[in-house]
Write a protein that binds this ligand. Structure first.
Ligand SMILES: Nc1ncnc2c1ncn2[C@@H]1O[C@H](COP(=O)(O)OP(=O)(O)O)[C@@H](O)[C@H]1O
Ligand SMILES: [Mg+2]
Length: 377
């Protein structure tokens, strides 16, 4: 009984056996019930034609018929017995073949999933045909690929984070050692440097926290109909000190009657602040920034265009990846962040069902960042 519970092959054999036995039993019962009448009818026809010629008596004929019938029935059931044996053997063979075809791929899947559970994420199984088991194998492989990707992202993230943390930490440690050894003068300048590095660490940790919150979707979107112009105005007002200190001119291009978008106000402001902040950061003094909004089908596209350093085309698709910076040393000198701002912006825009993309005609020719939000209604 245990083997039947635990083995698919045994179940298949039992199933085949049951089908054959039921067939045999029905066959036997049907024969038992119908054979006397059928026999009599056929013998009756034979008797009447044969006995007419031989002149046999009625009683003689009946006795002969009965033994004939008994023998006939016995031979009938004897061959049924052979048939039963042959069928059971056939059942064994069929279930053997079936279980090899059905059980083998299931066993492969079991082994593969065990191997994945042990941390071998590169394990895959062969997909043969297109039946349910092949589908299962296909989905199994997809799941394995997904797990592999998550695992490699996790490794990459830990590597990136430790690398990012090390830079400011090394600087702080170096300055402190310089102070202790008397190589660095204990003056305002040194303290300011150390403070700036600590501030950098602080920003990085805040950015990481925000990133993990946004990527884990650990926040609620408070979607309401919003006026895009008022969002743009509140961002430019907030950033106006930076515009002034870098003497960057601001140009707004906002059509008078734009439909409202459906968005979370704080999040929309956060995205636009990120993009405008970048534009300010990567545009030299005296440059220009233009913010525009326009309707395109069922969405409003908000674009931030600058006359700054631009982005080489090969970097355009990567700059939304976390920690990605076109020029790490430049970004650092320019007081740049850790390359998380655009990652957060993209996650927020996509959570709204919108898109975000960057365009640039090349280095030194400025860049345009555009994101879209769905129109309310
Ligand atoms: N307006 C822009 N002009 C030129 N390069 C930009 C602009 N915005 C972003 N980038 C590039 O994309 C990278 C990623 O941006 P972001 O995620 O905001 O990180 P960061 O913290 O460095 O600003 C930046 O390091 C920079 O190289
Ligand atoms: Mg930034």
């Amino acid at each position: 009984m245990k083997i039947i519970h635990e083995r698919l092959g045994a179940k298949l054999f039992l199933a085949n056996l049951v089908v054959i036995l039921v067939g045999l039993v029905i066959l036997a019962i049907t024969i038992q019930i119908t054979i006397p009448a059928a026999f009599n009818r056929h013998m009756g026809q034979m008797n009447s034609s044969a006995m007419n010629g031989m002149g046999m008596g009625q009683g003689q004929g009946q006795g002969l018929g009965r033994t004939l019938f008994e023998n006939f029935r016995a031979s009938m059931f004897e061959s049924l017995g052979y048939a039963a044996t042959a069928s059971v053997l056939a059942a064994l063979l069929v279930s053997f073949i079936l279980s090899r075809r059905i059980v083998a791929p299931v066993q492969t899947l079991t082994t593969a999933s065990q191997s994945i559970a042990d941390g071998h994420y590169d394990e895959r199984v062969a997909v043969n045909g297109s039946d349910e088991i092949a589908q299962l194998a296909l989905h199994f492989n997809q799941m394995a690929a997904q797990l592999e990707q998550v695992e490699s992202m996790r490794r990459q993230l830990i590597g990136d984070v430790s690398h990012e943390l090390r830079t400011p930490l090394t600087a702080i440690k170096g300055s402190m050692e310089g102070l202790m050894d008397g190589v660095l003068p204990a003056n305002d300048e040194t303290y300011r440097q150390i403070h700036a590095e600590a501030e950098r660490l602080n920003r990085l940790v805040n950015d990481l926290q925000e990133l993990s919150r946004v990527e884990a979707r650990a926040y609620e979107l408070d979607l309401r109909p919003l006026d895009v112009s008022s969002i743009i105005h509140s961002v430019t007002k907030r950033l106006s000190p930076q515009f002034e200190s870098k003497r960057i001119s601001l140009d707004l291009d906002l059509p008078a009657h734009l439909p409202h978008v459906l968005a979370d106000e704080d999040r929309a402001i956060q995205v636009l602040t990120n993009l405008t902040g970048n534009a300010l950061q990567y545009t030299p003094e005296g440059g220009k920034i233009k913010i525009s909004a326009k309707q395109s089908k069922d969405e409003i596209q908000i674009a931030v265009q600058d006359s700054g350093v631009g982005i080489p085309p090969e970097h355009l698709t990567n700059i939304f990846d976390r920690f990605y910076r076109v020029d790490k040393s430049r970004s650092r000198q320019a007081g740049g962040g850790s390359g998380i701002g655009l990652t957060v912006a993209r996650a927020l825009v996509e959570a709204h069902g919108g898109r975000i993309w960057a365009e640039s005609t090349g280095e030194g020719k400025g860049s345009t960042f555009t994101f879209s939000l769905k129109i309310d209604g």
